[in-house]
Design a binder for this molecule. Structure first.
Ligand SMILES: NC(=O)c1ccc[n+]([C@@H]2O[C@H](COP(=O)([O-])OP(=O)(O)OC[C@H]3O[C@@H](n4cnc5c(N)ncnc54)[C@H](OP(=O)(O)O)[C@@H]3O)[C@@H](O)[C@H]2O)c1
Length: 251
C-alpha cells in the first residue's frame, strides 16, 4: 500500500469560527491528514480561518441553507478527490441578531422557528444528501453532525429554548434516518450526532454566567474529546447520539 493511500481528507462545515475552526486546526496538525476543506459563511467572522497559511487547507464559502451552494462545494471537492474520511458539520445557530432562544410561549414566532429548522436541521439534511458520493468508498469514514443535549426529548426537564431544542431533535432524527440508508449505500461510513458539552464560543457566550468553570470547555478541549469519541466508533455505533465523554444520550 502506498503512503498516499493512507492519507485522509476532511470536510468541516462551519469552519469559520468556534468548534468548527477548532476541528480545522487540529486536523491540519495531524500527519495522516492530506487535505482539509473548510467552509465558512461570512467573511467577517471567518478572519482567523482565512488567515491560516497551510497548503493542506482549502476554504470554500457556503451557506448551509442553500442547497446549490452545498452542491457547488461538493463539486469543487470532487474535482480534486473522490473520497472524504471525515465530514464534520459544525454549522449551527442559537442566537443571531434580534433572534434569541425563546424563554416562554410568548416569545414564539413562526419566522424564528423556521430559521432554527432551516439552519440546524434542514441545512444538515441537505448536506447529508449532497455529500453521499464522497463517502462511497472502502475506507472507514465518519460523518458527524454537532448536535446538542438540549435536543434530547428524554433529557428535557427544564423546558425553554423551543426552536433550538426542536431543531436539534429534528437533526438527530435526520442523522438517524440517513444512517439507515447509508448502511446500504456507504457501508463504511459511520454517522453520528455529537454533543460537544458547553464550549466557550460565540454561541454559548451569553449563557456562560451560570456554568461552573470546570464545565465550560475550551474549543481545543472539546475538539480533542470529540476526536477521542470518533476514534472509538465502530460500524454498530452508526445512527447514535453521543456526548463528549463517549456516553450515549437518550433520544
Ligand atoms: N458552544 C456550545 O456550548 C455548544 C453546545 C452544544 C452544541 N453546540 C453546537 O455546536 C455547533 C458549533 O457551534 P459553536 O459553539 O462553534 O458556535 P459558533 O462559534 O457560533 O459557530 C457556529 C458556526 O456556524 C456557522 N453558521 C451559522 N449559520 C450558518 C449558515 N446558515 N450556513 C453556514 N454556516 C452557518 C457560523 O458561521 P458565521 O460565523 O458566518 O455566523 C459559525 O461558523 C453548533 O451546531 C451548536 O449548536 C455548541
Amino acid at each position: 500500500m502506498s503512503i498516499d493511500s493512507l492519507l485522509k481528507t476532511a470536510l468541516i462545515i462551519g469552519g469559520g469560527q468556534g468548534i468548527g475552526l477548532g476541528f480545522v486546526r487540529q486536523l491540519l496538525a495531524q500527519s495522516d491528514i492530506d487535505r482539509v476543506y473548510a467552509t465558512y459563511r461570512r467573511v467577517e467572522s471567518a478572519a482567523e480561518l482565512l488567515a491560516i497559511d497551510n497548503p493542506k487547507l482549502h476554504c470554500l464559502q457556503m451557506d448551509i441553507t442553500d442547497e446549490s451552494q452545498i452542491a457547488a462545494v461538493i463539486q469543487a471537492i470532487q474535482a480534486e478527490t473522490k473520497t472524504l474520511h471525515y465530514v464534520i458539520n459544525s454549522a449551527g445557530v442559537l442566537h443571531e441578531g434580534e433572534m434569541q432562544p425563546e424563554k416562554s410561549l410568548r416569545h414564539i414566532n413562526s419566522e424564528q422557528l423556521l430559521r432554527y429548522f432551516q439552519v440546524n436541521s434542514i441545512g444538515a439534511m441537505l448536506l447529508f444528501k449532497q455529500v453521499q458520493p464522497l463517502l462511497k468508498h472502502d475506507a472507514r469514514s465518519i460523518l458527524a453532525t454537532i448536535s446538542a443535549k438540549v435536543g434530547s426529548i428524554g433529557d428535557n426537564q427544564i423546558g425553554g429554548w423551543y426552536g433550538y431544542r426542536a431543531s436539534k431533535t429534528a437533526l438527530n432524527m435526520f442523522i438517524r434516518t440517513t444512517a439507515i440508508e447509508y448502511k446500504r449505500t456507504c457501508p463504511n461510513a459511520i454517522l453520528v450526532a455529537l454533543h460537544p458539552g458547553t464550549t466557550a464560543t460565540r454561541l454559548s457566550q451569553p449563557f456562560q454566567r451560570n456554568v461552573p468553570p470546570e464545565k465550560l470547555f475550551s474549543v481545543d478541549r472539546t475538539v480533542s474529546q470529540l476526536f477521542t469519541v470518533m476514534d472509538g466508533l465502530t460500524p454498530t455505533d452508526s445512527g447514535e447520539f453521543f456526548s463528549w465523554d463517549g456516553s450515549k444520550i437518550a433520544w
